[in-house]
Write a protein that binds this ligand. Structure first.
Ligand SMILES: O=P(O)(O)OC[C@H]1O[C@H](OP(=O)(O)OP(=O)(O)O)[C@H](O)[C@@H]1O
Length: 355
């Protein structure tokens, strides 16, 4: 008998408050208005007068949606959105990274590059405040040896107490590379070169379903983790997308039901939908959701709009349904560049899988 945990969409119902639903409806109305303009834009050529006019309307509707989502999310203590938490001077960088990730023309290599940059920004958002005033010193031996061997000193924030108790929890496949990136950031900032343990969860949404009847399938036979290692730990999940929140709720509820009592849980995304973030915050305690960007709505297939497509496919390539790659094949397929860059993480992942 296969060892699968299935969470059905209706298990996510009932958590949202009436106020949440009203907020989601308000944002949905605005986005539906915007989609009407997309249709007009799509039918115009760039030289038409209507093209510029429509673009202006879209820009103004996005401004309105941004203001509304800022207002809604500012009421949520455990929801941290990059643009709303950081100084305005930093917003251009985040905005440009997201624009590249969204662009249909961005191919695999660029997608990986911008995902790396996105998670570096997210590391600073998540741990920047926890750093306090304490600093660690990096003393670096440089390649310059004349007239003597040279050394440079760099002060970096001391985030040891925030990162040394972490377990990197991975929702496969889409989150594998982002989790390696985040784990490497932790390693580089840790004064002891701490490499996070990994917990690997094979979880998938059933793509044949719609949001209303979605099923989230956690395959325990293809997951690798040690429940004892997760006790009283700071669990971090770094996943490019949070759409409905269902995958995250399925994994965390499974862990809690199995007796794990985490010290804290952090969910770190590049793009989160408003609904997905609220569903997680309402369904789970002791969790903080961080996202580089918030998108307004989901379509009926539970894809984020405007979104960036299937991040799992864009990071890993598509698997044929009959022949899904196992985790070690996935890691191998990232190629030597990535394997060299994240070699400590690759080693930890191999240890986790092979025991
Ligand atoms: O918030 P949710 O509605 O649960 O959706 C988010 C999940 O969907 C994506 O994975 P997907 O199921 O596409 O699998 P993949 O990572 O193998 O592509 C993504 O990486 C998240 O894990």
């Amino acid at each position: 008998m296969s060892n699968k945990i299935i969470l059905k969409a209706d298990a996510l119902d009932g958590y949202l408050t009436n106020e949440d639903k009203k907020h989601i409806d308000d944002v949905t109305l605005l986005y539906e208005e915007t989609m009407k303009q997309f249709k007009i834009l799509d039918e115009q050529s760039e030289n038409d007068n209507l093209y510029d006019e429509t673009k202006k309307k879209i820009i103004s509707l996005y401004q309105e949606m941004g203001d509304l989502m800022k207002d809604i999310s500012s009421r949520e203590e455990n929801l941290k959105i990059y643009a709303f938490e950081t100084h305005q001077t930093k917003h251009g960088e985040a905005s440009r990274i997201i624009a590249k990730l969204r662009d249909e023309k961005t191919g695999h290599e660029e997608f990986v590059y911008y995902t790396q940059r996105a998670f570096e920004l997210m590391f600073n958002l998540v741990y920047g405040d926890e750093a306090g005033k304490n600093k660690n010193h990096l003393v670096v031996k440089t390649p310059v040896t004349h007239p003597v061997q040279n050394y440079a000193v760099h002060k970096i924030p001391d985030v040891d107490s925030a990162i040394n108790n972490t377990v990197m929890c991975v929702m496969l496949r889409g989150a594998l590379l982002p989790s390696m990136i985040m784990s490497k950031e932790i390693q580089e900032y840790s004064s002891t070169g701490h490499v996070t343990p990994f917990a690997l969860f094979k979880i998938k949404r059933d793509d044949s379903k719609h949001e209303a009847d979605m099923e989230y399938l956690l395959d325990l036979d293809k997951s690798y983790f040690n429940l004892d290692e997760m006790q009283d730990k700071d669990l971090i999940f770094a996943d490019p997308m949070n759409a409905t929140g269902g995958s995250m709720v399925t994994v965390v509820k499974y862990l809690l039901d199995s007796g794990v009592k985490p010290r804290s849980i952090k969910f770190i995304n590049v793009v989160s939908s408003l609904k997905g973030a609220l569903q997680i915050l309402r369904a789970l305690d002791n969790i903080t959701c961080y996202t580089l960007w918030m998108d307004p709505i989901l379509n009926d297939k539970a894809y984020i709009l405007p979104g960036l497509g299937d991040a799992g496919d864009r990071l890993n390539g598509k698997d044929a349904d009959e022949y899904p790659r196992n985790m070690l094949q996935l890691v191998a397929d990232y190629g030597t560049n990535i394997s060299q860059l994240y070699r400590s993480q690759v080693r930890k992942i191999e240890e986790t899988i092979l025991g």
